[in-house]
Design a protein around this ligand. Structure first.
Ligand code: PNS
Length: 159
């Protein structure tokens, strides 16, 4: 059984993430979306909220599991016996950071492969940071996030 891990902050999941998850679910038998615990970065959503939102947004995909992990990604990849780390690549600007992470992960574990998938063009400019910024200033984010996330963001920001 081929398993991919899709790690990230997902604070919150947006349509670009979901696009990548949907593409991956056609390529792997099992896709684990893994929310990374980061004690240094206070997010808008708690870990449990992020996991819950991803579960709801990916409910239509039976081979997708949602978890969280703490510590090094390479250790978690070994623990769940994944074959690949999956990351979305939106633009050239993502490349340097992604290249650095992929090579660091490979130097920590030579057997680890990172695979990049591109979301569709309409989702290419999305990021959680920019979606939160638009919502904070009262902008409409319904086009950019799953409906459950739209509601959750509105509730968080008391809109
Ligand atoms: O969505 P993000 O914030 O770009 O995701 C970054 C993430 C969570 C994939 C990365 O920070 C990570 O893998 N964190 C786990 C700790 C780790 O293994 N760090 C070394 C990776 S180079």
């Amino acid at each position: 059984m081929k398993t991919a891990i899709y790690p990230g902050s997902f604070d919150p999941i947006h349509n670009g993430h979901l696009d990548v998850i949907e593409r991956a679910s056609k390529l792997w038998d099992r896709v684990i979306v893994a929310v990374a615990v980061n004690h240094e970065k206070q997010g808008l959503f708690t870990m449990d909220e992020r996991v819950g939102l991803i579960k709801k947004a990916s409910r239509h995909l039976p081979d997708v599991e949602v978890t969280s992990f703490e510590g090094l990604l390479v250790d978690y990849v070994l623990e769940v016996r994944a074959n690949a780390v999956l990351r979305g690549l939106r633009a050239v600007s993502d490349f340097e950071y992604e290249f650095q992470m992929a090579l660091m992960n490979r130097s920590l574990d030579e057997s680890l492969e990172t695979v990049f998938l591109m979301p569709s063009q309409e989702n290419i400019y999305l990021s959680s940071r920019i979606v939160k910024e638009v919502a904070t200033f009262g902008g409409d984010i319904t086009k950019f996030v799953p409906a459950v996330v739209n509601d959750a963001v509105a509730e968080k920001l008391n809109h």
